[in-house]
Ligand binder design. Sequence first.
Ligand SMILES: Nc1ncnc2c1ncn2[C@@H]1O[C@H](COP(=O)(O)OP(=O)(O)OP(=O)(O)O)[C@@H](O)[C@H]1O
Ligand SMILES: [Mg+2]
Length: 474
Amino acid sequence: MSKYRPRLRMSENPKHLLIVDDEVSLREAIAERLADHGFVVEQASNGEDALERLASFAFDVLITDLKLPGINGRQVLEAALERYPELIAIVITGYGTVKDAVDAIKHGASDFIAKPFQFDALMHVLRSAIEQRRLKSENAYLRSQLEERYKFDGIVGRSRPMRELFQLLETVAATSSTILITGETGTGKELAARAIHHNSPRRNNRFAALNCSAIPETLLEAELFGHVRGAFTGAVGNRQGRLEQAHKGTLFLDEVGTMSPALQSKLLRVLQEREFERVGESHTVKIDVRVIAATHSDLTKMVAEGTFREDLFYRLNVIPVQLPSLRERREDIPLLVQHFLERLTQDSGRGVVTMSQEAMRHLMAYSWPGNIRQLENAVERALAFSAGRSQIEVTDLTRELQNQPDAAGDSQVWFPDEGVDFDRYIEAVELSLIRRSLERTQGNKRQAAKLLNLKRTTLIEKLKRLEPPAAAKH
Ligand SMILES: Nc1ncnc2c1ncn2[C@@H]1O[C@H](COP(=O)(O)OP(=O)(O)OP(=O)(O)O)[C@@H](O)[C@H]1O
Ligand SMILES: [Mg+2]
């Protein structure tokens, strides 16, 4: 009946902990003892450093002094909780500043501890906070909602490239200039195009989309310009093209890089003269349309190779909008995950579902070649595999995501302020890996070497070199 002992599930994986304090000796002493208790500890001596670490890694626990030089503990706390509502945060206060501590708790800190304190007291506070958090998530504790200011028409992100993108989208939406959106697959090109339209003065007219790569060339022309009856085999009636549908609105030309040279010239004319003819007709139609084109291919390269018209490229590329890959803005992953989870569980009556910090680390370590679309699919799949639980665990992820070598983060590397002896450090790591491998294989060197992807002879050689002779006798 040990009330405060975290359950097995909590203690299975090491808790990644960030401790922020400018008092070096106190910080290091605590860090060392926390490490003895199985925490994987990273240290920061000021707020700036702490924020940087928090941006790139999903810690489970933050312990921060409130009084720090520069960015203070309260700001670190707020920034951290905004990004990771699941974070367990404990603040350290100085003598006579309990009021600040209470204030920090109002802002989401789990608990506080006043200086000076015994390590055991800190451990007690920490254990209860972990236990409380577990209970809270089991009760589907309602967490903070996504804030509107981090969204632009359904586009979620708060990283610097995304904030710059929102600003650009807002500015260009007001104009009628042609826009070329580039970016890898799944980065949100279509979403951005729709957002521009919905924030433009043309919003009350049509947003007509045409994917140039999805339709055979002969039909593409008719889809774009429309056709009259009998214009080609199968053209049974008159039909309006996308261009006409988008009159006074926006025409979205997706995968514009796949257009044939003949169609490229026709599109160029539309952009230059704002006029065209329907297929099978000589009557010229005048049009008022804003064109947004998108492509995942490198059009400048295609221009150099002669497969894309240079003059068309310049006509399209009046305002270039480049969407960043998800790899370039990993810090947006927690926010995106929260966004998708909210959307996916909205109508299911399933209550609030969160991603465990450990699972989040795996998501943040992955390279996401399919970008946001792939992340969205991964979240949906994990949700399905989480079988009604209120928290998604690593085991709910695909095998590929589970096997993220980087998910442990470099917080496992101990880096004291005074630095380390690089060679000795590496040797210690080598030795520890070999010993653990031998433990796992009950001393079988061949199997141990296999686990380490080493030759058996290499393992033996290393062991001879690294193992202190005295230690071998013990
Ligand atoms: N920043 C974002 N915030 C929220 N959802 C996003 C964001 N970016 C993309 N998505 C979602 O990801 C999916 C893919 O987006 P979209 O279709 O716009 O990408 P794309 O760049 O056009 O991809 P492709 O090159 O494969 O056509 C969509 O479901 C979209 O809603
Ligand atoms: Mg697309």
